[in-house]
Design a protein around this ligand. Structure first.
Ligand code: WT7
Length: 668
């Protein structure tokens, strides 16, 4: 079947090699006639955008409220630094909140918030959201946060996370949301990199039925920052969520309820130029240091809102939309906060895990709130497949009409299971390809237009230009593979890396002349449809989360017992890839003892976060290296995936792989 083959072929960097044996996938799913008939985006939309790309995006931008309308759409006079709608001014928070209230939709539900403990729910209308965001904006202004200042947000999935983001946007402060699963060290390095003066957090959140603390990590991070950059963090604003005990530093810690709840609900949002920075989102690159992806206001909001409306066929008056991502990732930014709220959607926001208190929790929520549009990740779908179709079968999922997937390639089996078992065989599945850097969806079927193929993200959406090129930057013919590139600037594109223009140029714009290099391998099938094949660089994709091999390797070698390490992403049935580490211990560490593996896993969790913990760690005597000293990860991946080890002729010492394999066998 297609799935296994497709996924296995995605490994490695030899994208140029023949991929002709890939993808024998003949199934097609036509859009339901009823959906196509009233679809927001149609065949004509592609034609309009093709005829006048900039006119198309200008039209999309006019779906927002501008205080001062723009006259210029794109300024590309200094590539790769783009300016979109540059002479227009707007406020993102006003567009996401106030304008809906002013249009008489204040009573419409913005969020059905569902806490992990059952019966812990909150309904928030747009009018209430406006009051909450206004109060928070007043409070953080009172704390001295000004336009252009940076604010770090480290929160569980509670409404205050959204409110905090919108409060920052409202006053022109730049938020940087750090996923709550990241470690204190990771938080500290992000605070320092972007110079955040305020941290917004909570005592904790609920995770698998128990309170899980967040504040101690913030305390540790702030102490670390303080030691190196005294006075940088002026305040820590703490939401009380779980009521658990917290350490309190009276000099900087402030309870949210003490300052936000007492603030005025009147706050006039100021309009900012379209290119005013909106947020920085850190993501892993090929080197150890995370990259601060900078998104600005007008273009980003335009594309987040338009794609949310078109790709999910959002009917704001009737749909109930649920994106299961965490707010700490870009998906949460674009498809929980900015896109859906700009469109005035009604959403479900869920705090917890899919299996708490039972494995049908998500389906129960869909049934209870009548969710119509559902957006999740392949890793979740594969987990549900493992748990069995009888679990969702217990719930009424007939409200669903569009399903979305994001984060990694979705194998055809998972796609079809999703469509059949969750979507009742009638819902289009939109497999949406994009990145933290692209800010919004770039390649995807449109649910009212595309006869979708399971496993393919199909084609660039209207207004977007993508291509697949070979090593010489030449577009490949249909039926061939190569590198995915984006050939025209787009409104939601990253503007630079925070504080590092040169790295922005080097990472994305130097591999091929004049086009954006996405870092993904891709194939065009005989119809010219795009199949994403995974990363071609040292970036892994574990459960749809991006991790850098180098970053984990540096975490491992920072342990006193480790001399050297190599990390690979090995194929995993559930998480897509799993982190597998090979380490050479220092002589002083002896054989490391039995606890070494547990020690090292805990060490990685501390340095980066639990999501980066290697699934397995192999202690080895040598690593396979070329004569020039480069580690051959391809061979380690062969071992980790239990495959015959490939060509070893370029190894400096060809016996190394035998030693490693023997070691593996011994330890199994
Ligand atoms: C990388 C970006 C976009 C939000 C979530 C991840 C992979 C993402 C797909 C898809 C195949 C996909 C790519 C990309 N990816 N969506 N539909 N099909 N691959 O954002 O952490 O910035 O990761 O995720 O490899 O480069 P991210």
């Amino acid at each position: 079947m297609g799935g296994g083959t497709c996924r296995r072929e995605t490994r490695g960097t030899a994208v140029g090699e023949s991929l002709s044996n890939l993808l024998h996938e003949n199934r097609r799913f036509e859009p339901p006639a009823s959906l196509a008939e009233h679809a927001n985006a149609t065949v004509a939309t592609y034609a309009e955008a093709a005829e006048d790309r900039l006119g198309f995006w200008a039209e999309a931008a006019r779906r927002l409220d501008w205080e001062k309308p723009f006259t210029e759409v794109l300024d590309w006079s200094n590539p790769p630094f783009a300016k979109w709608f540059a002479d227009g001014t707007l406020n993102a928070s006003y567009n996401c909140v106030d304008r809906h209230v002013e249009a008489g939709r204040g009573d419409k539900v913005a969020f059905h918030w569902v806490g992990e403990p059952e019966d812990d729910t909150r309904t928030i209308t747009y009018a209430e959201l406006k009051d909450e965001v206004s109060k928070a904006a007043n409070a953080i202004e009172e704390l001295g946060v000004e336009t252009g200042d940076r604010v770090a947000i480290y929160m569980p999935m509670i409404p205050e996370a959204v409110i905090a983001m919108l409060a920052c946007a409202r006053i022109g402060a730049v938020h940087t949301v750090v996923f709550g699963g990241f470690s204190a060290d990771a938080l500290a390095s992000r605070i320092v990199d972007c110079g955040a003066k305020l941290v917004i957090t909570a005592d904790g959140g609920y995770r698998r039925g128990a309170p899980s603390a967040l504040k101690p990590a913030v305390d540790e991070a702030v102490a670390k920052v303080e030691a190196e950059h005294s006075g940088l963090v002026e305040n820590v604003l703490v939401v009380r969520r779980t009521g658990q005990d917290v350490a309190w530093n009276g000099n900087i810690d402030i309870w949210w309820h003490d300052v936000v709840d007492t603030s005025s609900t009147d706050h006039r949002p100021q309009a900012f130029p379209a290119e005013h920075p909106l947020y920085v989102m850190y993501t892993s690159g090929t080197t150890g240091k995370p990259k601060g992806i900078l998104h600005t206001t007008g273009g980003y909001l335009t594309q987040a809102a338009w794609t949310h409306w078109a790709v999910f066929d959002l009917k704001a008056d009737t749909d109930v939309y649920w994106c299961t991502a965490d707010i700490g990732w870009v998906t949460g930014h674009s498809y929980i906060v900015y896109g859906p709220l700009a469109n005035g959607a009604t959403q479900v926001l869920y705090e917890g895990t899919p299996d708490s208190p039972h494995k049908g929790r998500w389906w129960e929520i869909i049934q209870q709130y009548g969710v119509t549009i559902f957006y999740t990740a392949p890793t979740a779908i594969r987990t549900f497949m493992k748990w069995g179709a009888e679990i969702p079968a217990e719930f009424d999922l007939s409200s669903l009409r569009v399903l979305g997937s994001v984060g990694e390639p979705i194998n055809p089996e998972a796609y079809v299971w999703y469509r059949e078992t969750i979507g009742g065989g009638k819902t289009p599945v939109v497999d949406t390809w994009w990145q933290t850097e692209t800010g919004a969806i770039m390649i995807s079927p449109l649910p009212g237009v595309t006869a979708a193929k399971p496993g393919s993200a199909m084609t660039a959406i209207p207004g977007i230009s993508a291509d697949v090129v070979n090593d010489d930057a030449e577009p490949v013919p249909n039926g061939s593979g190569g590198y995915l590139v984006l050939t025209e600037p787009w409104p939601a594109m990253l503007r630079t890396l925070w504080g590092d223009d040169q790295r922005f140029i080097d990472t994305y714009w130097s591999r091929f002349p004049d086009v954006y290099f996405a870092g993904d391998g891709a194939k065009l099938d005989d119809d010219g449809d795009i199949w994403l094949l995974g990363r071609v660089d040292d970036v892994m994709n574990v459960s749809g989360h991006r991790l850098s091999t180098t970053e984990i390797e540096s975490a491992l070698v920072s342990h006193p017992k480790v001399a050297e390490s190599a990390v690979v992403g090995a194929l995993d049935d559930t998480t897509g890839q799993a982190v597998v580490a090979f380490v050479i211990l220092r002589e002083s560490a002896g054989d490391g003892g039995e606890e070494i593996v547990a020690d090292l896993r805990a060490h990685v969790a501390k340095e980066i976060g639990a999501i980066a913990k290697p699934k397995s760690i192999m202690v080895v005597a040598e690593l396979p290296k070329t004569r020039s000293g480069k580690i051959m990860r391809r061979l380690l991946r062969d071992v980790a995936e239990n495959r015959q080890v490939g060509d070893v002729t370029t190894l400096a010492d060809s016996g190394v792989m035998d030693q490693i394999k023997t070691g593996m066998a011994g330890s199994a």
